[in-house]
Design a protein around this ligand. Structure first.
Ligand code: GRF
Length: 187
């Protein structure tokens, strides 16, 4: 699992007894604390640079190296705050999942919930997809809708979407693991 945030989706995966081998974080965060509490190995590949000189490819190599000893079959991102370079896709081709808080291909990017609200849509949702080097692209494995309610703000809508993600992502990750174990591709 790759995470940077509050770790509530990570908690849901652990709660569904998915075999989380290692958690990688890019900054100190609640997801890191959660992995320690749960007794899951934690790799902190901390970013020192959040500016324009950030070396994305070098950082990605560090993440790949941190994962390597664990011999994971699948990488699942849940709110990981760094866009990774091509090396991670080369190391785990077709085996990286992401959950995104919108109905892709609508509202790609970091501000998906805010953008959906600004666009005035009545329905948004979440998408689980196979990640590719192009951000928020890649084959869609699962989607579920969430209604935008009168009075919603970014926080309330994001939280309602996450309630759905906490259910949809573990189910989809489990299916992906089963397919990989049968020797099938995810796409
Ligand atoms: C989720 O909404 C996910 O789609 C987005 O980041 C959020 C992570 O939530 N990319 P949490 O940190 O697991 O609560």
């Amino acid at each position: 699992m790759l995470a940077s945030g509050t770790g509530t989706i990570l908690r849901a995966l652990i709660g569904e007894a998915l075999p989380v081998t290692v958690v990688v974080v890019d900054r100190p965060c609640l997801a890191a604390e959660l992995s320690l509490e749960a007794g899951i190995p934690l790799e902190q590949v901390l970013r020192s640079d959040f500016g324009s000189s950030f070396d994305r490819d070098a950082y990605t190599e560090e993440v790949v190296s941190a994962l390597e000893p664990y011999e994971v079959g699948l990488v699942a991102m849940a709110g990981f705050g760094t866009i990774l370079g091509k090396a991670i896709h080369a190391a785990y081709p077709g085996r990286i999942l992401n959950t995104h808080p919108a109905l892709l291909p609508a509202f790609k990017g970091w501000h998906a919930v805010r953008d959906a609200l600004a666009a005035g849509v009545a329905v948004t949702g979440c998408t689980v997809h196979v990640a590719t080097p192009d951000v928020d692209e890649g084959p869609i494995l699962a989607q579920e809708t969430v209604a935008v309610l009168p009075g919603d703000d970014e926080a309330s809508l994001a939280e309602r979407i996450k309630v759905v993600e906490r259910r949809v992502y573990p189910v989809t990750v489990r299916r992906a693991i089963e397919r990989l174990e049968r020797g099938e591709e995810l796409t």
